[in-house]
Design a protein around this ligand. Sequence first.
Ligand code: PGA
Length: 274
Amino acid sequence: MGWPFFYLYNLNRNRSKTTIIMRQKIVAGNWKMNKTLEEGQKLTSEIVHMVNDEVIDDVQAIIASPYIHLATLAGLVNGSSKVAIASQNVSQHASGAYTGEISCDMLKSVGVEYVILGHSERREYNQEDNALLKAKVETVLAADLTPIFCCGESLDVREAGSHFDFVCNQLTESLFHLLASEFEKVIIAYEPIWAIGTGVTASSDQAQEMHAVIRAHIAKQYGGEIAQGTSILYGGSCKPSNAKELFACEDVDGGLIGGASLQSRDFVDIVKSF
Ligand code: PGA
């Protein structure tokens, strides 16, 4: 086969392969620094009951509570494959003299399965940069936990027109050193900072546009098949009234939900918005 034919042959093969890949739909609730233990137990029990009763089967719901509640809440979701527990952060170190830190092994030992990394609030208030997050991603994958890697631009960056480059660079610097077999375990959450907790949601066009750019960027590094298999969540003022429109976008595979995850009815309605 001459090269143009070989190229077309491969292109078609890849196309037909990629169209059959089903991405995992995911809705993760990020409680941030909210809820006492008692409130968290009540909220989790309600979510587990509602999700088990009302959600068919193909959506993974995730609860990301403060560290101190994780062990108790993992016990409450035990037995429901539809609800899992995440932490909102983890140390980049495996163990040792790091006062106040929490390790991946500790998280795993209490039943945590997912770890949110690089939320914009941690980037801003705890000086987490792309290099630190690169180390954290490695630690999380080495422990066989699943990272939910957050990226997203500020309003200034968007207004300057460099939002696509900014977000792609976050991925390049923190994730693209991974082997393909490691990268395919990563979940991405695109969260424009200007939409977080502000009530201003990205329009579905803005979300789809950025998600498509992220997927194309992943495809350049890891190929179309891995890019098509990567779940990319949207976060930023996502609520029951706008989740359906956002989740209907071709490249939006679910959401990372802040404020609306603090009420069981709202959160489960979002989980049901596909
Ligand atoms: P929000 O937060 O839904 O309250 O905007 C989203 C997030 O920070 O993950």
